[in-house]
Design a protein around this ligand. Structure first.
Ligand code: CP
Length: 309
């Protein structure tokens, strides 16, 4: 039996290197399949999405991924229009959605929300972002993008810059990178360093350095992963205003980078990457978003087919 069958995807920590590589191989297969064969993978299956926070890419890429493999989607993109407004609990909403579907995709403001949902759902749950904790399918997409664009992950120097405190994609990426032999440079304002309650676990998984100065590292990096300062997660707007615009990747910075380096961003971007960068060969964030559709299709195909595809 395929080991992903009916499994929840709650944390990237639940994936070892071999399992990540299996998802990547399945993604390559999805990308190569003839569209009519691809549509057989999840024919007749239904995905339900339940989003308590805004999303463009994650929700729509799941929707698009499911359609590409022959399934369909239904769900709640805005809880203001659901019975959540009447006071229905997350547990009851999840129970309802799992009656109508084969797999549930949940984004929620709270850490631990997906794990809780998995306990009450009788269908597999995929975490589409839980508070500041994790965004595992984003990490799968990020690792796949690095592998596709750099032809490897092991041996790379990877800079992660921006909001390392509140950015859940950062935590999932770091846990995922822990499966590889990489040199990680974390670059952020002092107040946005990775959270101290996570440093022990991250240090168990990989070596990293911390700095506030992007110029110190920029000429050595193979991958620059830029993140947005997460205004909505700051308890105090004054604190946000102090760090707003701390790093802007523009053509002047790009000139200092290795010729074959790549720039990634989970998106949405606000002003941390200048739009001048978009047309350069180093900018890979839109390709990254496109790979997200295919990696999610692969994960859905593996989750919903006992013998894989
Ligand atoms: N990267 C990401 O999670 O984007 P959305 O918030 O648009 O889903």
């Amino acid at each position: 039996m395929n080991e992903f069958y009916q499994k929840d995807t709650i944390s990237i920590k639940d994936f070892n290197k071999e399992q990540l590589e299996k998802v990547f191989t399945s993604t390559d297969k999805i990308m190569q399949l003839d569209p009519s064969d691809r549509r057989e993978i999840c024919k007749g299956k239904t995905l339900a999405y339940l989003f308590y926070e805004p999303s463009t890419r994650t929700r729509l890429s799941f929707d698009s991924a499911m359609a590409s493999i022959g399934g369909n989607s239904l769900g709640i993109a805005d809880t203001n229009s659901s019975s959540t407004q009447k006071g229905e609990s997350l547990a009851d909403t999840v129970r309802m959605m799992s009656i109508y579907s084969d797999v549930l995709v949940l984004r929620h403001t709270l850490d631990g929300s997906s794990r809780f949902a998995a306990e009450v759902s009788n269908k597999p749950v995929i975490n589409a972002g839980s508070g500041t904790e994790e965004h595992p399918t984003q990490a799968i997409q990020d690792l796949f993008t690095i592998k596709k664009e750099k032809k490897k992950i092991d041996g790379l120097k990877i800079g992660i810059v921006g909001d390392l405190k509140y950015g859940r994609t950062v935590y999932s990426l770091l846990y995922g990178l822990g499966n590889y032999d990489v040199d990680v440079r974390l670059i952020s304002p002092e107040s946005l360093r990775i959270r101290s309650d996570s440093t022990y676990e991250i240090k168990q998984r990989l070596d990293y350095t911390e700095s506030t100065n992007i110029e110190e590292h920029i000429d050595e990096l193979d991958v620059l992963y830029v993140t947005r300062i997460q205004k909505e997660r700051f308890p105090d707007e004054e604190e946000y205003l102090k760090v707003k615009g701390s790093y802007v990747v523009g053509l002047d910075l790009l000139k200092q980078m290795k010729e074959d380096s790549i720039i990634l961003h989970p998106l949405p971007r606000i002003d941390e990457i200048s739009t001048d960068i978009d047309k350069t060969k180093n900018a890979k964030y839109f390709e990254q978003a496109e790979y997200g559709k295919h990696t999610r299709a692969a994960l859905l195909g593996l989750t919903l087919n006992e013998n894989g595809f």
